[in-house]
Design a protein around this ligand. Structure first.
Ligand code: ZN
Length: 243
């Protein structure tokens, strides 16, 4: 079986569509979605519709929960507060019902799926090998899949209890042999690693490998929709640079 690991779609329909087209070429059986399906981008309803037409499981992200009023936006930066308010206005009752039904932690095969971290599935930024080590007691499966930082990364945990950052190169098969690990596939709709292409990963359960995939999409089309909907200029510009 081959699974696509997608995170942080962020209402970017052009990026999400480009990734789905890429998935059909690669023969994917199912999608594991790590949350932040909506907010920032101009197509929250379109992305929810498209996701729900796939074979998938999904956890919610902080932006999804803020958009349906489950958490407040007090800790959001001003641009995110503004886009979240706009997103909330777009959602209908069926979207709210769907997002509120998602479980914050899912276990699939050898993986625990969360948006942020096993210790705090909604908020914590798992952005260092030390943070990964601290999170080891908070899940039982060999591997953890997470998003939230919008940067692709793998933290590998060693027998001595420490964790290190491993090389996670595009289109290279990363073997899951050799201990527990944390893996972030990057962001579909708002990458922040300096590469504006949509980012996701593919897990092959036969070869026990994971591969990082990058897909170009029509950034200008997304930006012009954001402009039309008066979404914050900073959110529009950053898509050009992947930052
Ligand atoms: Zn996000």
């Amino acid at each position: 079986m081959r699974y696509a690991i997608l995170s942080d779609i962020h209402a970017n329909l052009e990026a999400f569509t480009a990734v789905l087209n890429d998935l059909s070429k690669r023969g994917i059986d199912s999608i594991w979605c790590l949350g932040d399906i909506v907010d920032y981008g101009p197509d929250p309803c379109g992305c929810l519709y498209l996701l729900r037409r796939q074979k998938y499981v999904a956890v919610p992200g902080n932006h999804d929960l803020a958009a349906i009023g489950v958490i407040d936006t007090a800790d959001f930066v001003p641009d995110a507060v503004e886009s979240n308010r706009w997103t909330r206005e777009q959602l209908q009752a069926s979207h709210i019902e769907f997002l509120s039904s998602l479980p914050s932690v899912i276990e699939e095969e050898d993986f625990t799926l969360v948006h942020a971290s096993p210790r705090d599935p909604i908020w914590e930024y798992l952005n260092s090998a030390d943070r990964a080590r601290e999170n080891l007691p908070y899940f039982k499966s060999p591997f953890c899949l997470f998003g939230h930082t919008h940067r692709p990364v793998i933290f590998r945990c060693l027998k001595n209890g420490s964790c290190v950052t491993a090389d996670f190169s595009e289109e290279a098969d990363f073997s899951l042999e050799g201990g527990r690990l944390f893996l972030n596939p990057g962001s579909v709709g708002q990458p922040r690693d300096g590469d504006p292409r949509a980012s996701y990963a593919v897990y092959d359960s036969e070869t026990k490998t994971i591969r990082l995939c990058r897909v170009p999409y029509d950034v200008a089309a997304t930006q012009s929709k954001m402009l039309k909907n008066k979404l914050p200029p900073g959110l529009i510009l950053r898509l050009s640079y992947g930052l």
